[in-house]
Design a protein around this ligand. Structure first.
Ligand code: ADP
Length: 399
């Protein structure tokens, strides 16, 4: 399916964002391109920063011929000039392909062009005749675009002035890809349920209600995901400056959240205990501060054990205010601990049936803490429990 092939290429794009070596980037794309197009061989021509001349930088394994250096008036430069792949369905019919005829029946030259920048071409060869149906043509365009976009980023990154902007751009690409990935599952479940109900011979109302309940569950999940993503979206500095700050009482926030989480806690017979809570007012954004604390308290319940306990405390020292949320729940393994603040990271062992989180909760906690000049840390022992601590600078206090 086209979507699956595109997902493979997107994966390579994401991996390449951490790579600065162009040859390695095109190697990964060439191998993935062969896979998605079903090609037998592939090779890549690239120019350099300073010269438009094409150089062979990669050939796939067992390529039975040596590619001829492209001529200025030849097909490679032609495809680059037109920004369009050149599909050759039958090498017998094109005179300039004479030297590859005995090895390949068809090939495609994909230009690596993005906006005004041309980087070279990627060639895929087929030992059996290939008619290039619509799907393969679309994929060829997609491959060329993905490679060229990735190279654009790699080349720009060596320019110091654009480094900050690029980091921002990469983050955006990554979050769109991550969100795309996370939304795909609930949408697929909805689609599956609806298809099944429409095709079902039984027209019983109970069947329809079951489907609607399943759809409702997924829609709620999507809606939660979207609102979490909205909270995480203003990550560049300019937008952050527009998040309104005002005096916020931490004490009020905590009492309010404990009240809101009481029902959830009662279901698991978890005791929510407020320890020392001095009256502290800081300049901050109420929505983010609330979300920061509620996510920690909710997690302490979701990942807490029946009959367990959550303790919430605020402490103030000379240079910082710390808010801690401790539980005696399932704890977090050493392997998971370094990753839990990453977006969409969920420790497998902690998945609680019927409690599908978004994996964004702790990313929001971290974002909100940093927005207020603070940090978040965690101490946890698997099987014993966890303590999350948010430290905010006291310079922020005193309104
Ligand atoms: P979510 O809870 O939606 O999965 P979070 O970002 O809030 O996402 O948490 C990420 C992961 O960290 C969770 O999936 C869980 O594995 C782990 N985690 C968070 N809080 C706790 C806790 N108090 N106890 C045990 N594990 C936790």
């Amino acid at each position: 399916m086209l979507a699956d092939q595109i997902a493979i290429l997107n994966e390579v794009t994401l991996e390449s964002l951490n790579e600065t070596n162009e040859t390695k980037i095109v190697t990964s794309f060439c191998n993935a391109g062969m896979k998605v197009l079903g090609a037998d061989y592939g090779f890549v021509w690239l120019n350099t920063f300073s010269s438009p001349e094409l150089h062979l930088v990669y050939t796939s394994e067992k390529l039975p011929f040596t590619p001829r250096t492209p001529r200025k008036e030849g097909r490679n430069y032609g495809a680059i000039k037109n920004s369009t792949p050149d599909f050759i369905t039958d090498t017998n019919k094109v005179p300039d392909a004479d030297y590859v005829r005995e090895y390949v029946k068809s090939f495609v030259i994909i230009p690596l062009v993005y906006k005004q920048s041309a980087y070279g071409s990627m060639v895929f060869c087929f030992t059996k005749p290939e008619s290039f149906p619509k799907e393969k043509r679309t994929l060829s365009f997609f491959i060329g675009n993905s490679v060229a976009q990735t190279i654009t980023i790699t080349r720009l990154i060596s320019d110091e002035r654009t480094e900050r902007l690029l980091r921002e751009e990469r983050r955006k690409i990554r979050s769109v890809a991550d969100a795309n990935h996370e939304l795909r599952t609930p949408i697929a479940i909805i689609q599956g349920n609806v298809d099944l109900a429409l095709r079902s011979k039984s027209k019983k109302i109970t069947e329809y209600i079951k489907t609607l309940n399943a759809v409702n569950h997924e829609v709620k999940h999507i809606s939660g995901l979207l609102s979490d993503l909205t909270l995480l979206s203003p990550q560049d500095e300019e937008v952050q400056e527009n998040i309104p700050f005002g005096p916020v009482s931490l004490r009020n926030i905590i009492f309010d959240i404990v009240e809101r989480c009481e029902v959830l806690a009662r279901k698991k017979k978890i005791l929510l205990e407020i320890k020392t809570i001095p009256q502290i007012t800081i300049p901050g954004n109420k929505q983010y501060l609330e979300k920061m604390v509620i996510n920690l308290v909710k997690n302490s319940i979701v990942y807490g054990v029946e009959g367990g306990k959550t303790e919430i405390a605020i402490k103030k020292t000379k240079d910082k205010i710390s808010i801690s949320v401790s539980d005696n729940g399932i704890g977090i393994s050493k392997e998971d601990l370094p990753h839990i603040f990453e977006r969409f990271y969920r420790a497998d062992s902690s998945h609680v049936p019927g409690q599908e989180g978004t994996g964004l909760g702790l990313a929001i906690v971290k974002f909100a803490a940093e927005l207020h000049g603070g940090t978040v840390s965690v101490k946890s022992t698997k099987g014993k429990g966890s303590t999350f601590t948010i430290s905010l600078p006291t310079a922020h206090e005193g309104m």
